[in-house]
Design a protein around this ligand. Structure first.
Ligand code: UD1
Length: 418
């Protein structure tokens, strides 16, 4: 397994081109299954989670051709209905293939994606929504067997929580279902809008994506299309946090500033200066950051839970005390324990974390516990005095394309040790 070795006290400076969004690419890759001809995706990030999704598509019978960030998927002979356990385990969000397989084949056999580093990750909202659309669900011994002998039927679905994955799964199931589906309390994340845009380019009839009520009029067929994945708002927020924590200056290119808006207040409160362009964000950090009074993670357009960990590292070196309330996931503070190794001062009590800023962090060995938590540790290592080792960086590779190359270009002394 690979580690990152980071020589600290770097000041991050320079420009970075933000890659395509992992969380858009994954459901859109699943959606290509529904088309009757070839699809080409551009700006598709090179990540291990994307590789895992491509492996699933291949297993189901798709032909794949990848050249850098362009991926061609030919699903015309993909009629696989089953995803084996070893592929389901490679990526937690593989559950989003369920809606697509059901829509294409009317039955599906998947193993349960299992618990996760962020706490239990139930899929009850997904399965209950499918039941409303006429699916019989049989959950036994860790596998999920779904059947809808008469095909999927449109339905009115009221989500108890605006789950991103469940909203995506319903869109995939509903786009070629018989009749109309209405999703109330739908997730409003930009990735939902991107998935709907892709499906509509393939001939789907989806209205309202980005609002809390989405209407899907089922169509008979979808054809292939060309689509460019939106930029990754969380990758952008992470590099902004890295620049802020190290007292640096960064110009992010290829971003949609509106998508990143929910984190702006945190950087402004910390004393960063920001210039927002059409597709760019320029952030200049002060010499020492100020505390951020309160960060409460919420569904979009609230503060994203995926940005919580990187921004927590910023607060460990800020002047004053910052408070975090994590409302989305039950167990999303594992990185806090690892940050303590750098000399950070953090107390966690259930869903609340209190971070008392310190002037200096010190190099250490720390273990990436999950994707965003791993990125938070790399930022801590960049701030720390001395040489740090971050282990288990396979978590980071799931969602950050060539992080060490991006950071080296920004002046950080970091290398991958295999
Ligand atoms: C997606 C993102 C992830 C992000 C999260 C919240 C992808 C690939 N991942 O994950 O990066 O952190 O949104 O913005 O897009 N829940 C249930 N039952 C369900 C489904 C969800 O109880 O059937 C709960 C979850 O346990 C969690 C909360 O709802 O506490 C949010 O989950 P959800 O919005 O579904 O997140 P994901 O789609 O898994």
């Amino acid at each position: 397994m690979a580690d990152f070795i980071v020589n600290g006290r770097s000041v991050l400076c320079g420009e970075v081109d933000i890659h395509g969004a992992k969380n858009s690419a994954l459901p859109i890759l699943a959606a290509t299954l529904l088309c009757n001809s070839k699809c080409t995706l551009y700006n598709c990030p090179e990540l291990s989670d994307v590789d895992a999704a491509l492996k699933i598509l291949k297993y189901l019978g798709c032909k794949i051709h990848r050249q850098c960030d362009a991926v061609e998927i030919d699903p015309s002979n993909a009629f696989g209905k089953e995803i084996p356990d070893f592929l389901m385990r490679e990526m937690r969000s593989s559950i989003v293939f369920l809606g697509a397989i059901l829509a294409k084949c009317s039955n599906a056999l998947l193993s349960y994606p299992g618990g996760c580093e962020l706490g239990p990750r139930p899929i009850d909202i997904h399965l209950n929504s499918f039941k409303k659309m006429g699916v019989e669900v049989d959950e036994r011994f860790g596998s999920i067997n779904c059947q809808c002998c008469n095909g999927l039927c449109g339905a009115t679905i009221n989500l108890p929580f605006p789950s991103v994955g469940a909203t995506e799964n319903i869109l995939l199931a509903a786009v070629t279902a018989k009749g109309t589906t209405k999703i109330h309390n739908a997730a409003r994340e930009p990735e939902i809008i991107d998935l709907a845009a892709f499906l509509n380019s393939c001939g789907g009839k989806i209205q309202g994506a980005g609002d809390s009520v989405i209407t899907v009029e089922g169509v008979a067929h979808l054809h292939g299309c060309e689509h460019s994945i939106i930029p990754d708002r969380i990758e952008a927020a992470t590099y902004m946090a890295a620049a802020a924590a190290t007292g640096g200056k960064i110009l992010l290119k290829n971003v949609i500033p509106d998508h990143i808006e929910p984190v702006f207040y945190a950087f402004r409160e910390a004393g960063c200066d920001m210039e927002i362009g059409e597709n760019t964000i320029k952030l200049t950090a002060p010499k020492r950051l100020s505390r951020i009074k309160l960060i409460r993670t919420l569904v979009y357009p609230g503060f994203p839970t995926d940005a919580q960990a990187p921004i927590m590292t910023m607060c460990t070196v800020a002047r004053g005390t910052s408070i975090f309330i994590e409302t989305i996931f039950q167990n999303r503070y594992k990185h806090a324990n690892e940050l303590l190794r750098f000399g950070a001062n953090i107390k966690v009590e259930g869903r609340v974390a209190v971070v008392e800023g310190t002037e200096r962090l010190y190099a250490t060995e720390a273990k990436a516990t999950d994707l965003r938590g791993g990125a938070a540790l790399v930022i801590a290592a960049m701030c720390a005095e001395g040489v740090s080792r971050i282990t288990d960086i396979y978590h980071i590779d799931r969602g950050y394309q060539s992080m060490e190359k991006v950071l080296t270009k920004l002046g950080v002394d970091i290398k991958r040790e295999v």
